[in-house]
Ligand binder design. Structure first.
Ligand code: B4P
Length: 191
């Protein structure tokens, strides 16, 4: 089993690179952002709660996303590995993930952290907002709040995995294919 975390600020290319990675390596893609947007689309109680946080650019409470990931792991007993996209986003989520994986006698093998300058993140997200229908991508204030949440609550997650020597930083600027090539080399060296 090979378990990978794709890490980085909003707009750094996690979702974009994930699509190519699952096609190449056959990992099961678990994106908490996608899971939350499905709950919103289905208008479930969980989705309605999550939307109130996402619309303000805030993180959804830990217990909500940890519960979603726990169910997703249970529902995929035969996966050859997982690609975690946008999760964990807090230290509490990272600790919970380690415990869940330990119960399944596995662990995180690698965290790839995409580094992108803030001005480029804002440009990309506003660009996506024009076509995606995602309300959190259309308002620059909400985008800045998401980036601020990232610096405050999510960057410590990279320090958490750094202690176990599992983090590789990748330059997240360039073409999608150039970045994918660098990411693939890192994975090929570990898988
Ligand atoms: P997510 O769905 O995870 O989305 P994201 O971080 O905004 O974007 P991502 O990084 O995947 O997008 P990408 O760059 O691929 O989170 C949304 C919200 O959900 C959060 O704000 C939070 O409220 C909530 N949430 C999710 N997970 C949570 C958790 N674990 N805990 C609590 N709350 C959680 O794409 C961006 C744009 O850049 C696209 O238009 C793309 O085409 C473009 N792009 C990508 N690569 C490019 C490149 N190399 N060059 C130019 N453009 C590029």
């Amino acid at each position: 089993m090979f378990n990978l975390i794709l890490f980085g600020p909003p707009g750094s290319g996690k979702g974009t690179q994930s699509e190519k990675l699952i096609a190449k390596y056959g990992l099961k893609h678990l994106s908490t952002g996608d899971l939350l947007r499905s709950e919103i689309a289905a208008q479930t109680p969980l989705g309605l709660e999550a939307k109130s946080f996402m619309d303000k650019g805030q993180l959804v409470p830990d217990e909500v996303v940890i519960g979603m990931i726990s169910s997703a792991l249970d529902n995929n007993p035969n996966a050859k590995g997982f690609l975690f996209d946008g999760f964990p986003r807090t230290e509490a989520q990272a600790e919970a993930l380690d415990k869940l994986l330990k119960l399944k006698k596995t662990a995180i093998h690698l965290m790839l952290a995409l580094d992108v300058a803030e001005a480029e993140l804002i440009k990309r997200l506003l660009g996506r907002g024009k076509t995606s229908g995602r309300s959190d991508d259309t308002n620059e204030e909400v985008i800045k709040a998401r980036i601020a949440e990232y610096h405050k609550k999510t960057t410590p997650v990279a320090d958490y995995y750094l202690k176990f020597d599992k983090v590789k930083h990748i330059k997240g600027e360039g073409t999608v294919d150039e970045i994918f090539e660098v990411i693939s080399k890192e994975i090929d060296g570990k898988i």
